[in-house]
Design a protein around this ligand. Structure first.
Ligand SMILES: *[C@@H]1O[C@H](CO)[C@@H](O)[C@H](O)[C@H]1NC(C)=O
Ligand SMILES: *[C@@H]1O[C@H](CO)[C@@H](O)[C@H](O)[C@H]1NC(C)=O
Ligand SMILES: *[C@@H]1O[C@H](CO)[C@@H](O)[C@H](O)[C@H]1NC(C)=O
Length: 189
């Protein structure tokens, strides 16, 4: 049995086998997001569009109605559906709820190359940003791809919730769901 066929079998049975994963390219297919609830802005003008056949992008603008500072907390929780049948199980990959400014300053510097030149988001320098000011933000042709993710994430359908709540009362002020699929294909040779 050649290595690729062996790996294809192994990958179907268990995950995280490095020698096998290196033969695969991981793809992130971003499907859609839904603002299920928000009292901190108008996000109705942001859409996921097909940039081309294979690449969806986020496009549009939104109005953030409040200055986001440490009176707000933000967290991300993901669950996974192996088959895409809406049977989601909590997936142990989450960004623990933390004050908004801590969140921005923890992740902004490492990840802002993704939206650099594709949005008017504020650049997060070494001194940090706080608060994240209210205003109109636009995003143009922002593609999300698998290079953003740790390489051992299993295939499947993912639903991630981004929640914002008031730090003092824990009252939910923004609840947003992202749906995407992770799959792998064998590399060419
Ligand atoms: C995204 O919006 C811009 C205008 O803001 C438009 O030029 C572009 O074609 C849109 N992209 C897609 C994939 O619809
Ligand atoms: C779609 O666009 C992306 C981003 O520019 C590009 O990397 C990819 O090769 C394109 N795919 C096709 C099938 O044209
Ligand atoms: C953004 O644009 C600037 C100026 O064109 C360029 O130097 C930089 O590399 C771009 N950043 C990314 C992440 O593409």
């Amino acid at each position: 049995m050649n290595l690729k066929i062996f790996c294809a079998l192994v990958l179907q049975l268990l995950l995280g086998v490095q020698v096998c994963l290196s033969l695969y390219k991981m793809f992130l297919e971003f499907d859609r997001y839904e603002i299920e609830y928000s009292v901190i802005g108008d996000f109705s003008k942001v859409r996921v569009r097909k940039f081309n056949r294979t690449t969806p992008v986020i496009n549009g603008s939104y109005d953030l109605a409040v200055d986001l500072d440490d009176n707000y907390e933000i967290g991300i929780t993901c669950s996974r559906s192996e088959l895409g049948n809406n049977q989601y199980n909590l997936f142990p990959m989450k960004l623990t709820t933390m004050p908004v400014c801590d969140f921005i300053n923890a992740y902004g510097p490492d990840y802002q190359w993704i939206w650099e030149n594709k949005s008017n988001f504020i650049y997060v320098g070494p001194e940090g940003v706080c608060p994240w000011p209210k205003g109109t933000y636009w995003v143009k042709d922002l593609a999300l791809d698998a290079s953003l993710l740790p390489p051992v994430i299993p295939n499947g359908y993912y639903r991630c919730y981004l929640d914002v709540n008031l730090a003092a009362t824990k009252e939910l002020v923004h609840h947003q769901a992202y749906y995407s699929r992770i799959y792998r294909e064998l590399t060419k040779n």
